[in-house]
Design a protein around this ligand. Structure first.
Ligand SMILES: N[C@@H](CCC(=O)N[C@@H](CS)C(=O)NCC(=O)O)C(=O)O
Length: 199
């Protein structure tokens, strides 16, 4: 969502919610009254109700502020880009999200090494299918600028590196990720660039 806001050039105020401090600030009553799911992100557009679910938020931003577009003009191309984005947002991210890993540890007895192996498995599985569907040597997933797929891919690449996924099998994903991270909209949204980043 931060990347999409930056790509659209939309000014916004950020409120940090620490996911692990004191058991996770996302579980506090104050945040749950904003998003009953207790998950980040949430966006409060001027004068509107709070929006949750990053894909819904990004598509809202794209409809409300069409330039630059995050989806192709052709319906078939749009479906293809959404499919790649959902492969990551719906089929990979939830399996390696904090609350899932916490449950694997606390209720199913997995240790740190087993958790790392679980995370790497699901990221590599999703990445393999996306890599296979990309045109080789493409600078971006569709067209000549980043869109919905890159908005989802780049944060997942960050997580992949964090958990030590071997990225050598995904040269196209690495090239797209590098091209995106060279752009200010992505660089400014990186976790380490946030005001509350832990050094
Ligand atoms: N499908 C949701 C997933 C949201 C999500 O998992 N957010 C993570 C941060 S990236 C979170 O809040 N995790 C907190 C937790 O697992 O307790 C979306 O796309 O917004």
């Amino acid at each position: 969502v931060r990347i999409a806001l930056n790509l659209k050039g939309l000014s916004h105020e950020q409120v940090a919610v620490h996911l692990t401090r004191a058991g996770g600030e996302q579980h506090r009553e104050g945040y749950r009254s904003i998003n009953p799911q207790g998950l980040l992100p949430a966006l409060a557009p001027d004068g509107g109700p709070v929006l949750t679910q990053s894909m819904a938020i990004v598509e809202y931003l794209d409809e409300r502020f069409p330039e630059p577009p995050l989806l192709p003009s052709n319906a078939l191309d749009r479906a293809r880009v959404r499919a790649l984005a959902h492969t990551i947002a719906a089929d990979v991210q939830p399996l390696q999200n904090l609350r899932v890993l916490q449950l694997l540890r606390s209720q199913h007895g997995l240790d740190q090494q087993q958790i790392g192996s679980w995370v790497r498995h699901w990221i590599a599985t999703g990445f393999a299918s996306v890599e296979e569907q990309l045109p080789s040597k493409a600078l971006f997933v569709a067209g000549s600028a980043p869109g919905l797929a890159e908005v989802v891919l780049v944060p997942q690449m960050y997580n992949a590196r964090r958990f030590g996924v071997d990225l050598s099998a995904f040269p196209n994903l690495c090239a797209i990720d590098a091209a995106c991270r060279a752009l200010p909209a992505f660089a400014l949204a990186a976790p380490e660039a946030q005001a509350d980043a832990v050094a």
